[in-house]
Design a protein. Structure first.
Length: 457
């Protein structure tokens, strides 16, 4: 149990020593921006495939899976490295770098004149996503004491959901708004992508300026400096001997794809249905998709603080299983949906939104609890890596299922995976023991004064 007697409190949570209220407020804003940008690139994909590459709607499934697969391959290659590197350079440098590269990815996307070029731009963008998303769980663990991490992660989830909702309700509709005003569709696409790129770069500057320059404990600092990237990766792998960390990795594998799959295949499903059954343009169909996504992201937005509070009050392994069971129900119900713009779909999206945010929050809180401060970056970096592998697997297989089985195929796949890991959680619940102690951050730039340096002076 952490002593919170002399710590600052902000946003209903107690802060780690050395962390200011403004640091936490900036983090929540950057968390909003991160998911706003991460979800938007997928939401705009039907527009890119139709207007820039001229692909018919019945040919969107496979290239969508290919794009996601390529991006996740890049994330798999680098996300763990960013976790390890953040222990050496500090979190804000990696976070700002990630946002900057995401902005570059948006800026160069409209240059794509083929699937191959689009895949190349997506790979560049994926480097930024890897860096930024790897920092989400790590920064919460650095900024807030363990007893309040559920609430803090819940607030972060609220900001994530707000970012996804702004993408769905506002930014996703920008191309349609511009074309209705008389602007040619590809030009409208250029304006949209470049505008978002500028927003990402400004956010990177904010991250570099206002996030904390603190990093883990002195003991952790001394240990991590001795570790190479390979050794850091080994630390993350060996940590899986802890059943709680192993479960967190598995939960990341099934929970992290949730937002990606929804952002990938719901716009695709609604766009296909809207153009083929409702005779809408691609821009009009995407506007309808935004309404459907808003039901999901709105539910995530409202339920995030609730699941955060629940996670702090019950067994955290039980919270993970509860979240994944909600996902199993929500994704399983998509099998019965025939009209993706109808009332049944809206209700299903609400359940998916609740499960989606719950899976992400509960798995992050569990890994934050189980990961020692001395190797937090390495372990949470591998946690992010397993999530990237999950997105890769589900996106690629989901793209094939979308075209060959039907639009509900990717979601039924997720239902099955979530159900398996939920049962796993119940099976290991009694074996998971939280660490006894927790360490404290120190300034990243402060040199450590030793007896030897004193005598030299």
């Amino acid at each position: 149990m952490t002593d919170t007697t002399n710590t600052q409190k902000a946003f209903f949570t107690h802060l780690q020593p050395g962390i200011r209220k403004g640091n936490l407020a900036t983090f929540y804003f950057i968390a909003f921006v991160t998911i706003c940008l991460a979800s938007l690139i997928n939401m705009l994909q039907p527009f890119m495939l139709t207007e820039f590459l001229g692909l018919p709607t019945d040919k969107h499934g496979v290239p969508t899976g290919q794009l996601a697969f390529a991006g996740e391959l890049v994330m798999i290659a680098v996300v763990g490295l960013f976790g390890i590197l953040s222990d050496r350079t500090g979190r804000r440098f990696i976070y700002g770098f990630g946002l900057l590269v995401m902005g570059i990815g948006f800026a160069i996307t409209p240059f794509s004149n083929s699937i191959e070029v689009l895949i190349a731009t997506r790979c560049i963008y994926a480097i930024g996503v890897a860096a930024a998303t790897a920092m989400l769980a790590i920064v919460v663990a650095d900024y807030v004491v363990d007893e309040d991490r559920g609430k803090a992660t819940g607030i972060m989830g609220f900001m994530n959901g707000l970012g996804a909702m702004v993408s769905a309700m506002v930014l996703m509709k920008v191309p349609a708004w511009l074309t209705r005003s008389g602007i040619e569709p590809t030009t409208a696409g250029w304006y949209t992508y470049v505008g978002v790129a500028i927003f990402a770069v400004v956010s990177a500057v904010i991250a570099w300026t206002l996030l904390s320059g603190l990093r883990p404990t002195k003991a952790a600092d001394a240990e991590e400096k001795k570790l190479s990237f390979v050794e850091g990766a080994k630390v993350g792998v060996e940590a899986a001997k802890d059943p709680g960390i192993a479960l967190s990795y598995a939960a990341s594998f099934v929970a992290r794809p949730d937002l990606a799959i929804v952002a990938l295949f719901i716009p695709l499903w609604v766009s296909k249905y809207g153009q083929e059954a409702l005779n809408l343009t691609v821009g009009e169909a995407l506007a309808k998709a935004g309404v459907v996504l808003a039901c999901c992201f709105g539910a995530s937005l409202l339920f995030a603080p609730v699941i955060g509070i629940i996670t702090d009050r019950i067994n955290r392994v039980g919270a993970v299983s509860l979240a994944l069971f909600i996902n199993t129900v929500g994704y399983g119900l998509t099998y019965f949906v025939t009209n993706p713009t109808g009332g049944l779909m809206m209700g299903v999206m609400v359940i998916i939104g609740m499960g989606q945010v719950s899976g992400v929050i509960t798995s992050q809180v569990l890994i934050q609890q189980q990961a020692p401060a001395a190797s937090r970056g390495s372990i949470i970096g591998l946690f992010g890596l397993t999530g990237a592998v999950g997105i890769l697997f589900c996106s690629y297989l989901g793209g094939m299922l979308f075209d060959s089985v039907g639009p509900a195929g990717p979601f039924v796949l997720l239902a099955a995976l979530n159900g398996v890991v939920a049962i796993w959680g119940l099976a290991v619940m009694k074996r998971v023991k939280p660490p006894v102690t927790e360490n404290t951050p120190v300034p990243v730039t402060a040199p450590e004064v030793t007896d030897k340096s004193r005598s030299a002076a």
